[in-house]
Design a protein around this ligand. Structure first.
Ligand code: PLP
Length: 395
């Protein structure tokens, strides 16, 4: 098909030209002084994005799944009890990772489309009189449903319960799209991947680690070698890695961190908010329903849309892809076939959003869903126009 494909899944997103060009430069010696400078710049830039001065960054070649594993094996021991907040497919898999390492996972099950209720976390922790729970696992943005949980409120709940558990937070689909504060929210490990807000291709596991987590790591008994953060931190201090690093991705990361710094994090969050709000208004104007009902819990990264009764969302996505070369995210886990997800993240602007929404309208219509053509686009356009003067962005 002529023209560019519309990759509107909730990550990976299209890689900006600047980042792609940075990654294509000649490799450098990963034990030389140029690499040491690159690494320092990248680690400092990531600290800014995680909003930490007291924490450490640990990077591995890998993926978000590897980052789950790294966060767990470095801080916990087999047999440890953890409280896993499950409100979707990815939070479930984070808990499965803990179970695979012999941890006792007590789950706090929340319906799909709802954020983790901090008061229930507090209740569970208060009931844990012997302080057996060693960590609370939660996702900031549950990518399978488009829900954001209030991590600051979970931290306050933990403090109210006066519980010493570590707080391990997945920020795979929130970092660099949504305000996240490692230090202010006293998160012990925040983990992410490069393929969403950081605008890179997949291929890395990234952790931001508090001093409390580093201390816990010294007595954690989970077997580990590749994921052991101690040798990574030790070698990073002299500008190296204990293995061959993903140098090309680090070139790209340096560039994407520069792009985020130029735009300014508050503006990055605002831009994502605007795109998300415009997208939600468009979906509602099409006469469709959002999976997330509470507006304050809607992710700025993606929007999950309920497929009307009688239609299968997997079949719709195949139709949309073959008809207009647009890729949307499928329903995962309990909502398979019932929802589809529109990603609006990374280096992404108003016209790209409108193109994606036009694609959604046209393909829903040709799939047989009875929607008023153009209504969604009109709603998004008028919101973008009206919010532009307030935000200083766009038109
Ligand atoms: C919130 C969240 N956590 C973890 C993962 C797993 O990451 P990966 O597929 O890079 O292993 C994903 C993947 O999309 C995700 O969205």
């Amino acid at each position: 098909m002529a023209g560019r494909p519309f990759l509107q899944i909730p990550g990976p997103a299209l890689v900006p030209e600047r980042v792609a060009r940075a990654m294509s430069q000649s490799l450098i010696d990963h034990r030389g002084p140029e690499f040491a400078r690159l690494l320092k710049e990248v680690l400092d830039g990531l600290k800014n994005v995680f909003q930490t001065t007291g924490g450490e960054i640990v990077l591995y070649p890998g993926s978000g799944t590897g980052a789950w594993e790294a966060s767990l094996v470095n801080t916990l021991s087999p047999g440890d009890r953890v409280l896993g907040c499950v409100n979707g497919h990815f939070s479930d898999r984070f808990c499965q990772t803990a179970s695979a390492h012999g941890m006792e996972v007590e789950t706090l099950e929340v319906p799909y489309g709802v954020g983790v209720p901090a008061d229930l976390v507090e209740e569970r922790l208060r009931a844990d009189r012997n302080r057996e729970i060693k960590a609370v696992l939660a996702l900031h943005s549950e990518t399978s449903t488009g829900v954001v949980s209030d991590i600051a409120a979970i931290r306050r709940a933990m403090d109210r319960a006066d519980h010493p558990a570590l707080l391990l937070v997945d920020t795979v689909s929130s970092l660099a799209t949504t305000d996240f504060r490692l230090d202010a929210w006293k998160v012990d490990v925040a983990l992410t991947g490069p393929q969403k807000g950081l605008m890179l291709p997949p291929g890395m596991a990234i952790l931001a680690v508090s001093q409390k987590a580093l201390k816990a790591g010294r007595s954690a008994k989970c077997p580990r070698f590749f994921w052991d953060w101690a040798p990574v931190l030790e070698r990073n201090a002299s500008g190296e890695f204990p293995y061959t690093p993903a140098t090309a991705l680090l070139f790209g990361l340096k560039e994407s961190l520069a792009m985020l710094a130029e735009e300014g994090l508050p503006n990055v969050f605002l831009r994502h908010n605007r795109m998300a709000e415009a997208c939600r208004r468009a979906v509602l104007a099409m006469g469709l329903k959002l999976l997330v009902k509470n507006p304050s819990e809607c992710s700025s990264t993606l929007t999950a849309v309920c497929m009307p009764d009688g239609f299968d969302s997997d079949a719709y996505l195949a139709h949309a892809h073959s008809r207009l070369d647009i890729s949307l995210g499928p329903g995962l886990g309990k909502v398979k076939g019932k929802i589809f997800r529109i990603g609006h993240l990374g280096s992404f602007n108003e016209l790209e959003l409108l193109g994606a929404l036009a694609g959604v309208e046209m393909t829903l219509k040709s799939f047989g869903v009875n929607i008023p053509l153009g209504a969604g686009l009109a709603a998004a356009e008028s919101y973008l126009l009206q919010s532009a003067s307030n935000s200083g962005q766009g038109l």
